[in-house]
Design a protein around this ligand. Structure first.
Ligand SMILES: N[C@H](CCC[C@H](N)C(=O)O)C(=O)O
Length: 287
């Protein structure tokens, strides 16, 4: 099957973007894994599918698949690239759009400075909303947050849990460059306390408005940046009394800005870059 695609990235988190507004999306899990493979296919952290809206109050539908082929609820860096893609390709003339995802509507808006600002909706913290199975887990309160002890890879890891539509576990570390991302990351990603697995953030608070973050992503491993991970880490830091309501997080692939008013229904806003790298065509085998 001949597949047209566009390669994009948001702060180094890279994507294959496929326009499925005119033809139904029918790729198998094996085909998704093939195109995302960095040696055998195109290579990407995630695959973003652009579909026509299914409801009158939205402009598009947005589907996201991880490098491992699994479909997931949300992708923040991808949302920025999605907005850039549909505008640049003339699929819309709007600079602010409403996009339906598996877990609600997000609203990306192209900014005059070239960045994209996304209303990511409100964060959720209740264990059942993550989901987190709390059976047998110790927990403690820290400011307005709750930390859960997840024993993994030989460490007692105290994590905040946040859902941005997708699940995140965030731990605070003294130095992100020394954090055991490649060992603790997969151990927590696949921990039985997270029945749908989890993205794992390693956050270093530098000041009340600055931080450093590395994320081991569910279904993709460590990425150069994670948009929902940045939202989750910023919100966890705010709830733990480490950050003000606006914070910039430096990740290996670039800088992301997060704003949240701290109210239970207040949206988290994610601001950052979105770049188009190349377009192409690939012959996808019937697998
Ligand atoms: N790995 C994530 C999906 C991609 C999220 C990330 N790339 C972002 O920018 O938010 C998950 O399994 O929930």
């Amino acid at each position: 099957m001949k597949l047209q695609f566009t390669k994009m990235h948001g702060a180094g988190n890279d994507f294959i973007v496929i326009d499925s507004t005119e033809a139904p999306f029918t790729m198998t899990t094996n085909q998704l894994r093939f195109i995302a493979d960095r040696h055998l296919g195109i290579g990407a952290d995630q695959i973003l599918i652009v579909e026509k809206a299914r409801t009158p109050d939205t402009d598009f539908r947005y589907r996201i698949f991880n490098q491992d082929g699994g479909e997931v609820e949300m992708c923040g860096n991808g949302a920025r690239c999605f907005a850039r893609y549909v505008y640049d390709r003339g699929l819309t003339t709007k600079k602010k759009i409403r996009v339906e995802t598996m877990k609600g509507i997000i609203q990306p808006e192209l900014q005059d400075d070239g960045r994209v600002k996304v209303d990511m909706g409100a964060p959720r913290f209740r264990p059942e909303e993550i989901p987190l199975n709390t059976t047998g887990l110790s927990h403690l309160s820290r400011a307005s947050d709750t930390l859960w002890e997840v024993k993994a890879a030989g460490y007692n890891n105290w994590v905040s849990v946040v859902s941005m539509g997708n699940p995140h576990a965030v731990m605070v570390v003294g130095d992100v460059e020394q954090a055991p991302v490649s060992t603790v990351g997969p151990a927590i990603e696949n921990h039985p306390a997270f029945p749908e697995r989890v993205n794992v953030g390693f956050l270093q608070a530098v000041s009340r408005t600055e931080g450093k973050l590395r994320v081991w992503e569910r279904g993709a491993g460590e990425t150069l940046a994670c948009g929902t991970g940045a939202c989750a880490a910023a919100v966890a830091g705010m709830r733990r009394g480490l950050f003000d309501s606006e914070v910039e997080l430096q990740m290996h692939g670039g800088r992301l800005r997060i704003e949240w008013d701290g109210t239970p229904t207040g949206s988290v806003f994610l601001i950052g870059p979105a770049a188009t790298v190349f377009t192409g065509e690939i012959d996808v085998p019937a697998i």
